[in-house]
Design a protein around this ligand. Structure first.
Ligand SMILES: NC(=O)c1ccc[n+]([C@@H]2O[C@H](COP(=O)([O-])OP(=O)(O)OC[C@H]3O[C@@H](n4cnc5c(N)ncnc54)[C@H](O)[C@@H]3O)[C@@H](O)[C@H]2O)c1
Length: 250
């Protein structure tokens, strides 16, 4: 699908990978709804898009609230007269499942998995209404394809996003809606930096370095522009660049 002239919603657009996605889409001529709970970060993204000559509007949205999410996705059509691309990207880490303070691991499930399912459901129905097809891209993680010893709940949510996305390949033929996912390894964003310098160095060692948010955004652009991709799981890694995870067939 050509991106020029299209309208997109990017959740978690106020920081890191979501900000890079919003910028990559806007510089290719799409109009963006930057959706985030963080108003300051979201407004900064809008400012960056405008400085780059693009069009973006901030919308405060908590993806765990269905009504909020539905209104936000619908607002693309109100603002820009259409809806073509939805990036369900908002996500968190931060669990310590077996610690004295296990963290709110259920919140990790709510944001990283439940809200991605809800965002996809709402996006598909909105795009179906318009009848011109579209693309949904879910931000999973390499942690959805490999074990993450320290972050088992995070890994479970991302594995859920991977197989949820794979299971929706049929929507391409049925409605012209392609649902894909991107699986990056560690990426230099506030989410990763919050885990501390030592952990970041250990992660870099493990996977051969750290991606930049723009590397992941480049994967998003491929997934949108390549009309053959539906239910596709793109890996983005420092060592291997961008490639597609193969189906495991029984
Ligand atoms: N950074 C990495 O190493 C890495 C690797 C693989 C996948 N990911 C995934 O990429 C996505 C983006 O992460 P990031 O690294 O850019 O993190 P980040 O912390 O920089 O950005 C996440 C954004 O999501 C927003 N957000 C959090 N909860 C929200 C909610 N309930 N409603 C709306 N917005 C909410 C935050 O305010 C923030 O702006 C996440 O899904 C994450 O799991 C990150």
């Amino acid at each position: 699908m050509e991106i020029e002239g299209k309208a997109a919603v990017v959740s978690g657009g106020g920081s890191g990978i979501g900000r890079a996605m919003a910028l990559a889409l806007a510089t290719r001529g799409a109009s963006i709804i930057v959706a985030d709970i963080d108003e300051q970060g979201g407004q900064q993204t809008v400012q960056l898009v405008k400085e780059a000559g693009g069009t973006a509007v901030f919308r405060r949205c908590d993806v765990t609230h269905t009504e909020d999410l539905a209104n936000t996705i619908a607002s693309a059509a109100e603002q820009f007269g259409r809806l073509d691309i939805v990036c369900n990207n908002a996500g968190i880490g931060g669990e310590d499942l077996f610690g004295d303070e296990p963290g709110d691991w259920k919140k990790v499930v709510d944001i990283n998995l439940t809200a991605v399912i809800d965002g996809t459901r709402i996006a598909v129905r909105e795009i179906q209404k318009r009848g011109h097809g579209g693309v949904v891209v879910n931000t999973a993680s390499m942690g959805g394809l490999l074990p993450m010893p320290g972050s088992p709940v995070y890994a479970a949510t991302k594995a859920g996003v991977v197989n949820f996305t794979r299971s929706l390949a049929y929507l391409a033929e049925q409605d012209g809606i392609r649902v894909n996912a991107v699986c990056p390894t560690f990426t230099d964003t506030p989410l990763v930096r919050r885990s501390g310098d030592d952990r970041v160095e250990a992660m870099k060692e493990q996977v051969g370095g750290i991606l930049q948010p723009e590397d992941v955004a480049a994967g998003l652009i491929d997934l949108i522009e390549d009309d053959s991709r539906a239910g596709a799981i793109m890996r983005v890694t420092v060592r291997g660049g961008r490639d597609y995870a193969r189906e495991i067939r029984p």
